[in-house]
Design a protein around this ligand. Structure first.
Ligand SMILES: [Zn+2]
Length: 148
């Protein structure tokens, strides 16, 4: 039997939205990107993904999920409606959902040794952007609502 994939839990501030991020790569190897666009700078968000990773999200109530789109309108940013924390972004490509998580929402983020780099995707062509996400983002994403 294959060893279980290491997983890392996270969530918003109030507990309304929780998730489990599973990946075989060690935290020091994660690509941690501090996006320098005007939206992410305001949030202070840092993102990670990984093509072999998995993201399972549990939302306590459908009314707690809010999303926001801007720019090329190709990604949706999910936040908790109650506490306002932005947890992850998703992008749908050929009916497959891809995601990146805001690693500042991991429960043990202070305990992980992470290498953060600043990135600037301004001016990137939409086709390149979508291709990059298909290559790099988490390709196995599920969102479950406990109460509709
Ligand atoms: Zn919340």
């Amino acid at each position: 039997m294959a060893a279980q994939t290491p997983s890392y839990s996270g969530g918003c501030h109030c507990g309304g939205v929780r998730y489990v991020f599973s990946t075989d790569s060690a935290p020091a190897q994660w690509p941690v990107r501090r996006c320098t666009c005007s939206f992410c700078i305001r949030l202070g968000a840092r993102y990670t993904s990984g093509p072999g990773a998995r993201l399972e999200v549990t939302v306590q109530h459908a009314s707690m999920a809010a999303s926001y789109e801007f720019g090329t309108q190709t990604a949706e940013f999910f936040r908790c409606n109650r506490c306002g924390v932005m947890l992850f972004a998703t992008c749908k490509l050929d009916n497959q959902r891809f995601a990146v998580i805001n690693i500042n929402t991991l429960d043990d983020v202070e305990q992980l040794s992470l290498n953060t780099v600043d990135v600037d995707f301004n001016g990137e062509h939409v086709e390149n952007r979508l291709e990059r996400r298909r290559r790099n983002w988490i390709g196995d994403v599920s969102v479950r609502y406990v109460n509709a």
